[in-house]
Design a protein around this ligand. Structure first.
Ligand code: NDP
Length: 444
């Protein structure tokens, strides 16, 4: 049995109750096969893959807080410090009722390769809680964030582990967490990214994941002799990534005709009105029905359906496993040319294969949404320098990083005779640097 298959079997036996983690490991290890086989004996002796799939450590903790009725509520908090071979742990905090050990673990595992791909010195970590900020008052969110940080603060630090936002964790939550960390520790350090501009945040961090997604998509199109101008784009999600992906796609001359949230989706044939979408989602924190009510010509549909709309480019930007095999078939039948993932693992393994086998250019989230964490690392640099860069400076660095990522993954795929397999290219390019650093640092 090959070394990869052996490790996969062991990981499956050991983590049977964590399907998302198993899915992520399988996707990565399968596509690493050519790179592993070239060094199989050495990697096996060093137990490199066993070490790579076993987190450095993980924390799971009680988060008690008091709601507006005086009732004590209890949530579960998580932080996984997966791998710090190339820099301090870095990865977001997800606040969503679905959060559990397996989900945080899959996200932390993917983060190792994504962070490596940025070319910046950051290791892989992730965290969060099964807390739902939706429908909570600001005071309740603050009470939760303070209690969460009271425990999390023991394990993080600007040279140790630097969390950021993710689903459910935006500027408000980061602000409350930063305040609590400062109060407990008495130090003013860049321990979180995604901070407000008045207290150490970076310009362009808010836009970074969505903008970065479009920079890499544009480079992909350019390298296939196409441009974004006049293209029809479908996007899922209506949060941070989706909103700024829509904005940048429109700036590039494309027309984005959809968005979605966890209850329904919008088809707006005239093109999504970004200002209205921001008002509904960022200011009012309301449902998409409010978008449809304010926009004649836009249709609101309950449930899922974004991928049924005819498009040139599809950008899943909501959550994991939201683009399934039937969706992939529909996209292919409708002539979709490219799928680039804004979310983490939104496309299932069979859907990814179907898209690739049917000639769709597919860039997975590790590469396509790396702009967020890359800009977080730029925020860390500014905090260390005690300086702030201009929006243009950060944005141009982000753009260059995304263009470099495209060419690195393209080159890695070509090196192993798999031209156009950007999933394999991303996994190999991300893996090579981490593997080299791990081997250089001995058995730790
Ligand atoms: P937000 O919380 O801002 O938005 C998430 C969006 O997805 C919302 O529209 C939400 O709908 C929808 N959504 C969430 N969960 C589900 C679900 N189970 N089913 C259907 N829809 C759902 O998060 P972000 O935009 O920050 O993150 C989106 C994705 O991008 C995630 O996979 C995240 O890990 C990834 N990502 C984010 C980065 C960042 O910088 N923010 C960086 C890299 C990756 P509703 O409003 O109804 O909850």
């Amino acid at each position: 049995m090959s070394y990869v298959d052996e490790v996969l079997e062991r990981v499956k036996a050991k983590n049977a109750s964590e399907p998302e983690f198993l899915q992520a490991v399988e996707e990565v290890l399968e596509s690493l096969k050519p790179a592993i086989e070239a060094n199989e004996e050495k990697y096996r002796k060093e137990a490199l893959l066993e070490r790579l799939t076993e987190p450095d450590r993980q924390f799971k903790f009680r988060v008690p807080w008091v709601d507006d009725n005086g009732q004590v509520q209890v949530n579960t908090g998580y932080r996984i410090q997966f791998n710090n071979a190339i820099g301090p742990y870095k990865g977001g905090l997800r606040l969503h009722p679905s959060v559990n050990t397996g989900i945080i673990k899959f996200l932390g595992f993917e983060q190792i390769f994504k962070n490596s791909l940025t070319g910046l010195p950051i290791g892989g970590g992730k965290g969060g809680a099964d807390f739902d900020p939706k429908g909570k008052s600001d005071r309740e969110v603050m009470a939760f964030c303070q209690s969460f940080m009271t425990e999390l603060g023991k394990y993080i630090g600007s040279d140790v582990d630097v969390p950021a936002g993710d689903i459910g964790t935006g500027a408000r939550e980061i602000g409350y967490m930063f305040g609590q960390y400062k109060k407990i520790k008495g130090t003013y350090e860049g321990v979180l990214t995604g901070k407000g501009l008045s207290y150490g945040g970076s310009l362009a961090r808010t836009e970074a994941t969505g903008y970065g997604l479009l920079y890499i998509t544009e480079e992909l199109m350019k390298c296939h002799g196409e441009s974004m101008e006049g293209k029809t784009v479908v996007i899922s999600g209506a949060g941070n990534v989706a909103i700024y992906a829509t904005q940048k796609a429109q700036q590039m001359g494309a027309k984005v005709v959809t968005c979605s949230d966890s209850t329904g989706w919008i088809y707006d044939p005239e093109g999504i009105d970004v200002a209205l979408l921001k008002e509904v989602k960022e200011v009012k924190r309301a449902r998409l029905t409010e978008y449809a009510a304010a926009r004649p010509g836009a249709e609101y549909h309950e449930g899922r359906g974004v991928w049924s709309v005819k498009c040139d480019i599809a950008l899943p930007c909501a959550t994991q496993n939201e683009l399934l095999i039937d969706d992939a078939k529909q996209l292919v039948a409708n002539g979709c040319k490219a799928v680039c993932e804004g979310a983490n693992m939104p496309t299932t393994i069979d859907a990814t294969k179907y898209l690739q086998e049917n000639g769709v250019w597919f860039i997975g989230g590790k590469a396509a949404n790396a702009g967020g964490v890359a800009t977080s690392a730029l925020e860390m640099s500014q905090n260390s320098e005690r300086l702030s860069w201009t929006f243009e400076e950060v944005d141009s660095k982000l753009k260059q990083i995304m263009i470099n990522i495209y060419h690195n993954i393209d080159d890695a795929a070509k090196r192993y005779g798999e031209e156009g397999n950007y999933v394999m290219g991303a996994n190999i390019a991300g893996f090579e640097k981490v593997a080299e650093a791990m081997l250089a640092q001995g058995v730790v």
